[in-house]
Design a protein around this ligand. Structure first.
Ligand code: NI
Ligand code: MN
Length: 227
């Protein structure tokens, strides 16, 4: 069983086979996550989908305190090393890496990626985490893309963590189509409600998923979810 803890926006703690992965650390700048203490978040491995500040703001603080291995694309790991943190492993789209017995594959995301300060952040990505009988897809920031069919061909997903706030990423109806391409019946929403431009109507989104026969969790910040 995978254990998830929602820390707001696109930041999740995902514990699989005894190892804790933290995605896209963004807690302290998020007023809605004021009840989450960054110092209470543990990590063995940090996954960074792309360079935008709403995915990297707390990355160095979390890495420096926990000593976690940071997995990200080459441009982002170079940037992290220039900030003085060296426990990084660079990857790129299509590549996989085994972290302490857990398979992590970086997959395509259709978005953009620049680093705080404006420098090029490489290509954006998502991650499939597979270990101990659990398989979770963390999509990062992405549009709906047919490349998601490739994920369904390779993996049987227990859950897909999908952005659905619209405007910067796919919106709710495209996220339903994404779940269908992924052949995944358990979706967990992210990248919604943090900013005005990505607010969603929870009831209409739940109705959309109900009509499609797909289970949706729209977590509250701080929720713990067992998958
Ligand atoms: Ni972004
Ligand atoms: Mn974003």
């Amino acid at each position: 069983m995978a254990k998830l803890w929602y820390l707001g926006h696109s930041c999740f703690s995902v514990t699989i086979a005894g190892k804790t992965f933290v995605t896209d650390p963004f807690i302290t700048p998020n007023p809605q996550a004021a009840h989450i203490d960054l110092a209470s978040v543990e990590a063995d491995c940090i996954l960074v989908s792309h360079g935008h500040e709403d995915h990297t703001a707390d990355l160095l603080d979390l890495a420096n305190r926990t000593g976690a291995l940071v997995l990200a694309n080459f441009e982002i790991t170079n940037w992290i090393e220039r900030q003085g943190y060296h426990r990084v492993h660079s990857m790129n789209i299509g590549g996989a890496f085994e972290f302490e017995g857990i398979y992590v594959k970086m997959v395509q995301a259709v978005h953009s990626s620049s680093l705080p300060g404006g420098e090029y952040g490489g290509n954006p990505g998502g991650f499939v985490i597979h270990g101990g009988g659990d398989t979770i897809y963390f999509a990062g920031d992405t549009a709906l893309t047919r490349d998601m069919e490739l994920i369904a061909e390779e993996f049987v997903l227990d859950a897909a963590i999908l952005p659905m706030g619209d405007n910067y990423t796919m919106g709710p109806s495209d996220s339903v189509r994404a779940a269908q391409l992924l052949q995944c019946n358990q979706v967990i929403g992210m990248h919604f409600d943090t900013f005005e431009a990505i607010q969603i109507d929870h009831k209409s989104v739940q109705d959309m998923y109900k009509a499609a026969g797909i289970s949706l969790i729209l977590p509250e910040i701080g929720d713990r979810i067992d998958i």
